[in-house]
Design a protein around this ligand. Structure first.
Ligand code: MRU
Length: 346
C-alpha cells in the first residue's frame, strides 16, 4: 500500500516517524523520507524537501510530536525545555510562511495549557494535536476548493504560479483545490503553470501533480504570462500565499506580484487562495512581512552542469514578493470568498 496514502505529509505513529515526499526529487523519483531527528527535519524544510506554507506547518507539528516521542527525558521540566528548543529551531527554519509559526504555536499551546501533565501525557497530547492539524489541513483545503470552484464556472483556462497544489499542503492544495473540485463536479479546466524560476516548483511539481490527476497542463516560462494573457487565453489567475497582512497585501512566491500587475492590465480576475492560518493580523501591511533571501547558487548553478553566470556576476534571490492588496480580486478561504475588511469579522 502507498505509505503516503495520497498525502504529502503524514505521521507514522507505529514507527514514530515524520513521513514526507522528497520534493527535490520530483518529478523523476518518488522518494519517501522517514524523519525522526531535529537536524533532518530542519534541513528538509530549508532545502524544500517539504515546502509550501501549509505543508511545512503540518510537517513541523508532526515533527515536534515525533521528537517528543523520541525523547528519553523523564523530568517534566527538562522535557519541556527540550520541546521548546525543538519548537524554536523548527519555527526559525523559514521566515515568510506564517503557517509554520502558527502550527508550532499550536503545539506550544498544548504544553502551556497542560502545565501539570506528566511526560507520557504530554507526549500523547502532542501526537493528538499534530494529527488534528494534519486532518484540519485536509478539511480546510477541501473547503477552499468548494468555495473557489463556483468562481470558475465560466472559465476554461486558468494560470497559476509556483506550486500551491496538493504537494504544498497535506492534500488538495489551495490554489489548485478549486480546479480539483471543479473536475470532481464535471468541469475540466486547462491550466497554464508558470515554471517558477529559480526553483521550478511550477514546472516540476505543479505540472507533475496536475498531469497525474489527468488535468490538461501547459508549462510556461515565467516571462510568457503576458503573451498568453494578451491573446485572451487566460480566464483567471489562481495563486497560493505564504502570509497575508491585515490590509490584504500578500506574500507569495517571487514573481506573483508581476503576474498580478499583468492580470490587472488585461482585466483578468486574480484570486489568492488562503487558509485562515495564513492571514497574519499582526502584520498591518506587506511592509511587516519578512522576505526570505536564498542562496544565489540556486540561480547560478543549481540546474546546470557548469555555472550559468560569469564568475563576477552577482545574484539576488528573494524567495517571495508582496502583491499589493488592490491588485487582488478576492481571497478564496475556507470561510468563503472574502475581502480584507472581512478578515477580522468572519
Ligand atoms: O518556496 P516554496 O516552494 O515553499 O513557496 C511556496 C509558495 O510560494 C506557495 O505558493 C505558497 O506556500 C502557498 S502553498 C499552498
Amino acid at each position: 500500500m502507498d505509505k503516503m496514502q495520497g498525502e504529502t505529509v503524514r505521521l507514522d505513529r507505529v514507527h514514530n516517524r515524520l513521513l514526507i515526499i522528497d520534493q527535490t526529487k520530483l518529478p523523476n523519483q518518488k522518494l519517501i523520507l522517514e524523519l525522526h531527528t531535529l537536524e533532518k527535519m530542519v534541513l528538509a524544510i530549508q532545502t524544500l524537501q517539504v515546502r509550501g506554507a501549509p505543508a511545512i506547518g503540518v510537517a513541523a507539528a508532526i515533527g515536534l510530536s515525533v521528537l517528543a516521542g523520541e525523547s528519553t527525558e523523564t523530568d517534566v521540566e527538562k522535557f519541556k525545555a527540550e520541546f521548546s528548543e525543538n519548537a524554536r529551531r523548527l519555527e526559525n527554519a523559514r521566515p515568510t510562511a506564517v503557517n509554520l509559526a502558527w502550527a508550532v504555536g499550536q503545539m506550544c499551546a498544548v504544553v502551556k495549557e497542560n502545565n501539570n501533565a506528566t511526560v507520557p501525557v504530554l507526549k500523547d497530547l502532542l501526537y493528538q494535536k499534530a494529527q488534528e492539524l494534519h486532518d484540519r489541513d485536509i478539511a480546510v483545503c477541501r473547503a477552499i476548493g468548494e468555495n473557489g470552484a463556483p468562481l470558475l464556472k465560466n472559465c476554461k483556462r486558468v494560470l497559476t504560479h509556483c506550486n500551491a497544489g496538493r504537494l504544498a499542503t497535506v492534500k488538495y492544495g489551495t490554489a489548485l483545490a478549486p480546479i480539483y473540485i471543479a473536475k470532481e463536479q464535471g468541469h475540466s479546466l486547462s491550466v497554464y503553470a508558470d515554471e517558477t524560476r529559480p526553483l521550478l516548483q511550477g514546472a516540476r511539481l505543479t505540472a507533475y501533480e496536475l498531469c497525474e490527476a489527468g488535468i490538461d497542463t501547459t508549462v510556461l516560462c515565467d516571462n510568457m504570462a503576458s503573451y498568453v494573457m494578451g491573446k485572451g487565453l487566460v480566464d483567471a489567475v489562481l495563486v497560493g500565499c505564504d502570509r497575508v497582512a491585515a490590509n490584504g497585501d500578500t506574500a507569495n512566491k517571487i514573481g506573483t506580484s508581476g503576474l498580478a500587475v499583468l492580470a490587472s492590465f488585461y482585466h483578468i480576475p486574480f484570486y489568492v487562495c488562503a487558509p485562515f492560518s495564513t492571514i497574519d493580523l499582526n502584520a498591518q501591511s506587506g511592509k511587516d512581512i519578512p522576505i526570505e533571501m536564498r542562496d544565489g547558487e540556486e540561480i547560478r548553478s543549481l540546474w546546470y552542469q557548469k555555472p550559468l553566470l560569469p564568475e563576477n556576476a552577482k545574484t539576488l534571490n528573494p524567495a517571495f514578493d508582496i502583491t499589493p492588496h488592490k491588485l487582488i480580486t478576492a481571497f478564496i478561504t475556507e470561510k468563503g470568498v472574502l475581502q480584507p475588511k472581512d478578515f477580522s469579522v468572519v
